[in-house]
Design a protein around this ligand. Structure first.
Ligand SMILES: Nc1ncnc2c1ncn2[C@@H]1O[C@H](COP(=O)(O)OP(=O)(O)OP(=O)(O)O)[C@@H](O)[C@H]1O
Ligand SMILES: [Mg+2]
Length: 450
């Protein structure tokens, strides 16, 4: 991860940035000792120590680790990436560079394409994240979590080599599509589906295993997309085991990415699964607006996404101002409002009031079902309009023929012909609207919404 590091002196002051990317790590023990000294007895009773880093938990994970995790040699991965060629580089994060590569498929003579992440060789933080990634991704299994194929841990004369080999996600990350201006815009339907996939991944980590995992770095660059745009979470470098049964939170260092971490976690270092729910709410607003959570290139009032959207969300008449302009014509305003209302719940100041991720999955299911029904109604209306158009064209031909007959027989032009012409004009005007996909104005009152 590219990180900002806070020291005690920097708390509340300006960030000292080692990198331009907005990840940060602050040691709670250094930065918020005042919080610790104010702990009451009940706080201590309800608090779980950071077991994730304990020897027992490491042992537990080692026993659980899938045996099919492959161990690659450094030379094998060097060859797979043509010597870590820049031409094969597909991304770069704080951990290091990510390359596309080809390795032999297991139990067969064929080859398979993979993504290979190579740790920058400086930094203890990176090494810790590498261990976390192998430990956690090695034991979790879910269609919405990226598959770790194997790893490499070798020490050569130049130092240690730490690499991770993942399934290749051909459409890279949500960040590459949503926030890179060059990419073709993601449709509304796809945005909803990606949100649902990601929510399922988090729900699995929080609620469906025999121990809870808190992801801690939920953001668009960690939501990867396969060739069919199925979304999978990646990067378990900062993941932590949740509190043990009966306890309310884990006390741990505050790590994550600026803008996505929940405020109570940043302030107290007390981590719960609801911190991920907050981050999920932030990403929902990024999906709605197509904007980053922090965007320094915008006017000051628009730089912080959550502050910028606030007045527009509470005024339904103004809501369309915050909708991603690239969604123009998607007729998604109603669905987007519902997504914003879900985001607001995830962004409740009181962590306990935020929904659980399984509840988020259910709500998204309803939003998706209703959006699909609305799309079907729109397509029905479209077909109807086409049908009316055809009929109008036929009417016009008939009217012309009648008119010709009347002219031929010396009678004046009938009203029928005039009517046929006006009606055709009206239909073609509507269809021009459809051509411009100006749904927002056109569908009101015409489309069934339930
Ligand atoms: N398995 C993969 N398949 C395809 N592309 C990938 C894969 N893993 C990562 N990438 C690409 O590499 C980029 C960098 O990923 P990486 O996880 O190293 O950093 P990041 O998530 O962008 O930033 P940070 O270091 O803050 O987490 C991703 O945004 C994505 O585009
Ligand atoms: Mg990442």
């Amino acid at each position: 991860m590219k990180c900002f590091y806070f020291t005690k002196d920097e708390e509340g002051g300006t960030l000292s940035s080692r990198e331009s990317k907005v990840s940060w790590v602050r040691s709670l023990s250094v930065a918020s000792s005042s919080v610790d000294t104010r702990k009451s007895r009940s706080d201590l009773d309800s608090e779980s120590k950071d077991f994730t880093e304990s020897f027992e938990f490491y042992e537990f994970l080692t026993q659980r680790r899938a045996n099919d995790l492959r161990v690659f040699s450094f030379s094998e991965l060097k060859m797979a990436t043509k010597g870590f060629s820049r031409g094969l580089m597909i991304g770069e994060g704080g951990f290091g560079c990510v390359y596309r590569g080809v390795v032999g498929a297991p139990c067969s003579d064929s080859n398979m394409e993979v993504a290979i992440k190579r740790l920058n060789r400086h930094g203890f933080q990176g090494h810790k994240e590498w261990i976390n990634e192998v430990n956690f991704l090695g034991v979790v299994k879910h269609p919405n979590l990226v598959k770790l194929i194997g790893y490499c841990a070798e020490d050569d004369e130049r130092g240690m080599q730490r690499l991770l080999v993942y399934e290749l996600m051909r459409n890279k990350s949500l960040e590459d599509h949503l926030l890179a201006r060059s990419a073709a815009p993601l449709s509304w339907t796809l945005r909803l589906k990606i949100a649902q996939d990601a929510a399922r991944g988090l729900a699995y980590l929080h609620e469906e295993m025999d121990f809870q995992l808190i992801f801690r770095d939920f953001k668009p660059s960690n939501i990867l997309l396969d060739e069919d745009f199925n979304a999978k979470l990646s990067d378990f470098g900062l993941a932590r085991q949740g509190p043990a049964a009966g306890l309310t939170h884990v006390s741990t260092s505050v790590v994550g990415t600026v803008g996505y971490a929940a405020p109570e976690y940043v302030q107290t270092g007390r981590l719960t699964a609801k911190s991920d729910v907050w981050s999920f709410g932030v990403v929902l607003y990024e999906l709605i607006t197509g904007r980053r959570v922090l965007e320094r290139n915008l006017p000051r009032a628009e730089q912080k996404l959550l502050e910028w959207v606030r007045p527009y969300v509470s005024d339904t008449k103004k809501f369309h101002f915050i909708l991603d302009p690239r969604l123009e014509g998607h007729d998604c305003i109603k669905s987007a409002k519902r997504l914003a209302s879900l985001a607001n719940k995830c962004l409740s100041k009181n962590a306990r009031s935020r929904p659980r991720m399984s509840e988020v999955v259910d709500t998204l299911e309803n939003i998706i079902t209703d959006a699909a029904a609305q799309a079907e109604a729109v397509s029905g209306t479209l077909k109807e309009a086409e049908h009316v158009n055809e009929e109008a064209a036929n009417e016009e031909v008939d009217a012309k023929e009648e008119g010709r007959e009347e002219v031929e027989s010396g009678k004046p032009e009938s009203n029928n012909q005039k009517w046929g012409f006006d009606f055709k004009e009206m239909v073609s005007f509507r269809n021009k609207s459809i051509g411009k996909i100006d749904w927002r104005n056109w569908t009101a009152g015409l489309v069934k919404t339930s």
